[in-house]
Design a protein around this ligand. Structure first.
Ligand SMILES: NC(=O)C1=CN([C@@H]2O[C@H](COP(=O)(O)OP(=O)(O)OC[C@H]3O[C@@H](n4cnc5c(N)ncnc54)[C@H](O)[C@@H]3O)[C@@H](O)[C@H]2O)C=CC1
Ligand SMILES: CCCCCC(=O)CC\C=C/C=C/C=C/[C@@H](O)[C@@H](O)CCCC(=O)O
Length: 252
């Protein structure tokens, strides 16, 4: 896929994996709409990336993915500024099973909102030009993270959503392809104080076991993997990126 001149909207773009996706897309000539709930860091990142890759190529939209009207405004603003939309990356996520309703609202409902909006603004059946949706899930969908059952459930659901919408039936109807990228343990700010992010402090032993054989990879590695997946991923495909290795397609 030639990314030059393409426009991508990325959620959770102010930090971690979303930021790495954004920078990699800019390096490949795309324009990015950085969407994040955190406007202080978001504006700062947009300034930094704008200085590096051209101010006209970077936009920041303050947006909470749990709030449909805010999310809708981010789509409208992106299209108003860049005049097109080609790629939607539903990446914003949290990991805290103690606040499980919020976790489900961000990690699953947020992806559903972003997917419905992507079809509305890019779907050929709705007057759009078609495009690509990339969802971020986690390797926890294939190898349950025992310490965080609810976080694990949201990732299962996102993979199911992507596979169903990724079917050729929806591609024929809308001209929109859907893919899912599942990173393994990645060095970001998702875990701040693990003790407070598990449902019970007794789950800490399970957390240690969950991660015992994982090699932490950088978010830049996941960013580079996105470009490979965008180039060769068929609609409905599921991509695992873990231990700093090249992306591999998961076939069940
Ligand atoms: N770090 C890791 O080891 C892994 C992360 N993932 C997934 O990758 C995605 C990104 O996570 P990381 O970059 O690691 O986390 P991070 O915490 O570094 O970045 C997440 C970003 O999302 C934003 N965000 C949080 N709630 C939001 C909301 N309601 N609306 C809009 N933005 C919101 C945050 O402000 C932050 O900028 C998540 O979906 C996570 O589940 C998947 C597998 C492994
Ligand atoms: C085994 C399944 C891996 C699934 C990966 C996830 O989706 C959840 C990972 C969540 C957060 C990862 C954060 C990584 C942080 C690193 O900076 C590193 O500090 C982690 C250290 C682990 C620990 O504290 O024991």
């Amino acid at each position: 896929m030639d990314l030059k001149g393409k426009v991508a909207l990325i959620t959770g773009a102010a930090a971690g994996i979303g930021l790495a996706y954004s920078e990699e897309l800019l390096k490949h000539g795309a324009k990015v709409s950085l969407c994040d709930i955190d406007s202080d860091i978001g504006e700062q990142i947009a300034d930094e990336l704008g200085a590096k890759y051209g101010r006209k190529n970077v936009l920041f939209c303050q947006c909470d993915v749990t709030d449909y009207p805010q999310y809708e405004e981010a789509f409208e603003m992106t299209i108003k500024v860049f005049n097109r939309l080609d790629i939607v990356i539903n990446n914003a996520g949290v990991m805290n099973d103690r606040f499980w309703e919020l976790e489900v609202d961000v990690n699953l409902n947020g992806v559903i909102r972003g997917t419905l909006l992507a079809y509305r603004f890019m779907g050929k059946d709705r007057g759009g030009q078609g495009g690509t949706i990339v969802n971020t899930a986690s390797t926890a969908f294939a190898r349950p993270q025992v310490s965080t059952p609810i976080y694990t459930a949201t990732n299962y659901a996102v993979v199911g959503l992507t596979r169903a919408y990724g079917d050729q039936y929806h591609v024929n109807l809308t001209g929109v392809r859907s893919l899912v990228l599942c990173p393994g343990l990645t060095d970001t700010g998702l875990v701040k104080e693990i003790r407070k992010q598990l449902m019970s402090s007794e789950y800490e032993a399970a957390w240690q076991r969950d991660n015992a054989n994982c090699k932490t990879q950088s978010s830049e590695h996941v960013g580079r993997a996105l470009i490979e997946i965008l180039t060769k991923g068929q609609s409905g495909s599921v991509w695992v990126v873990e231990n700093g290795q090249a992306p591999r397609e998961w076939r069940g």
